[in-house]
Design a protein around this ligand. Structure first.
Ligand SMILES: Nc1nc2c(c(=O)[nH]1)N[C@H]1C(S)=C(S)[C@@H](COP(=O)(O)OP(=O)(O)OC[C@H]3O[C@@H](n4cnc5c(N)ncnc54)[C@H](O)[C@@H]3O)O[C@H]1N2
Ligand code: MOO
Length: 406
């Protein structure tokens, strides 16, 4: 039986980046560049003024104050015809190309304007307040190598380089299959013994949150035919996730039917809690995650195993959320012999993360995961972990956000 890291290693060794597609720039947000992208031109395209003021010849201003004749006006986006002769200046606005002849910009605050003249009052250094052509990027250099994640800053750079369409890794299409005769669809009223298929929704939300595209297959009933039919449909996607039917029950058919379909099982059961019965298989290159049905186990195993795999498939160079050190704020009992991931609330005290149990840790208890900020990894061999123990935390969301100041 693999442990947590070994199971994740096996999974990541068996998934590969998906193909690429070209998408409009804004749709590339959060996606990963699939080919090196070169700059088609210099950025900036030409020398330009970084200040509202006057384009001058620095040599004319060696002795200040000096009065120069204003021969042109160059607003950003306006005339680019100006030039600066000896003893002259052009009025220029931020962003306008610097006129030939000039080699410095004097900000408006450092001059006195007259009738067709300008008097420079402060010393002038050659090159001051001029942004140079190609300072940011030279034509032909790689703007972003393949593997770059596109965030708003990358969008800004790509837009200024004229990249209206960007090659990116495909989003993973992830088939989600729930199994079980007790399940009913969202929208139906539950009666005793029936359970709304919430796992399909929590998994779909998690897939979308990871940047993938969920494909909801509905419910496979507890018979081989129903499993087979739905699984064959799911195997047309990039990934298949099944929920439930993977432990030791008479009707736990998931692994058996996957085997009949020719899926190669790489492991079943992991030395962790929750998520012990998780299985992983591959069918013709399609990874199949069989997650335990208890709703919290489904969500936790998605975070631990499926999310990194989806990230790798979608081209992300970094796929593993790191553990962050924290301190257990209270004694916790745990199952010995398994790495336990308990749901915790986090408070910050003197710069340290303090972890409090978020409540009942049974894997059917949703209110505990709703209340929790992180999972705390409690070591394999312990049965009781005392308050004050340093623990690894896996954050489920941002915890350091602050309220608006009053
Ligand atoms: N004899 C053993 N019994 C169990 C073991 C074991 O090792 N030996 N493992 C336990 C653990 S741990 C877990 S976790 C569960 C996982 O079992 P399955 O994955 O086979 O899931 P089910 O038994 O079908 O369902 C468990 C639980 O989750 C509810 N469920 C299922 N699907 C959904 C869904 N789509 N949406 C919402 N809730 C769902 C289901 O009604 C059950 O309550 O097995 C233990 N047993
Ligand atoms: O390990 Mo099960 O996944 O605890 O609830």
């Amino acid at each position: 039986m693999p442990g947590f890291e070994e199971a994740r290693r096996i999974i990541l060794a068996n998934v590969q980046p998906l193909g690429e597609e070209r998408v409009p720039l804004l749709d590339a947000l959060g996606r990963v560049v699939s080919q090196d992208l070169a700059a088609p031109w210099d950025h900036p395209l030409c020398d330009f003024s970084a200040m509202d003021g006057f384009a001058v010849r620095a040599a004319d201003c060696a002795h200040i104050p000096v009065t120069l004749t204003v021969t042109d006006y160059l607003p950003a986006g306006g005339s680019i015809e100006g030039s600066v002769a000896a003893g002259c200046a052009n009025k220029i606005m931020t962003g306008a190309p610097t006129p030939p002849g000039s080699d410095a910009i004097v900000p408006i605050e450092e001059v006195t304007e007259g009738e067709g003249t300008v008097t420079v009052r402060e010393p002038v250094r050659p090159g001051q307040h001029i942004r140079r052509q190609g300072d940011d990027l030279k034509a032909g250099t790689v703007i972003f190598p393949a593997g770059t994640v596109i965030r708003p800053a990358e969008v800004s750079m790509l837009a200024s380089m004229g990249k209206a369409v960007v090659p990116v890794r495909r989003r993973a299409r992830v088939a989600i299959l729930s199994t079980g005769d007790e399940l009913i669809d969202l929208g139906q009223s539950p009666t005793r013994g029936k359970v709304i298929n919430s796992n399909a929704l929590s998994l779909a939300a998690a897939v979308r949150d990871a940047g993938g595209v969920p494909v909801l297959l509905g419910i496979a009933r507890d018979n081989r035919e129903s499993h087979r039919e739905k699984m064959l449909e799911g195997l047309k996607c990039d990934v298949l996730i099944t929920s439930a039917g993977v432990s030791a029950g008479d009707r736990d058919l998931v692994r058996a039917v996957l085997a009949e379909l020719g899926a190669r099982q790489l492991f079943w059961k992991i030395d962790i809690k929750p998520g012990g019965p998780t299985a992983f298989a591959v069918k013709d290159g399609i990874p199949v995650f069989s997650l335990p049905g208890n709703p919290v186990s489904t969500m936790v195993t998605f975070e631990l195993f499926v999310r990194p795999a989806l990230m790798k498939m979608m081209g992300h160079p970094k796929v593993i959320r790191p553990f962050v050190k924290g301190v257990l704020a209270e004694d916790v009992r745990k199952k010995q012999g398994k790495l336990n991931f308990i749901r915790v609330r986090i408070e910050k005290e003197d710069g340290r993360y303090l972890a409090y149990s978020a409540g009942d840790q049974h894997t059917g208890v949703l209110s505990t995961i709703v209340r929790s900020d992180a999972l705390a990894a409690l070591p394999l061999d312990a049965a009781q972990v005392p308050a004050g123990t340093e623990v690894d935390l896996l954050f489920l969301h941002e915890v350091d956000l602050q309220e608006e100041p009053r």
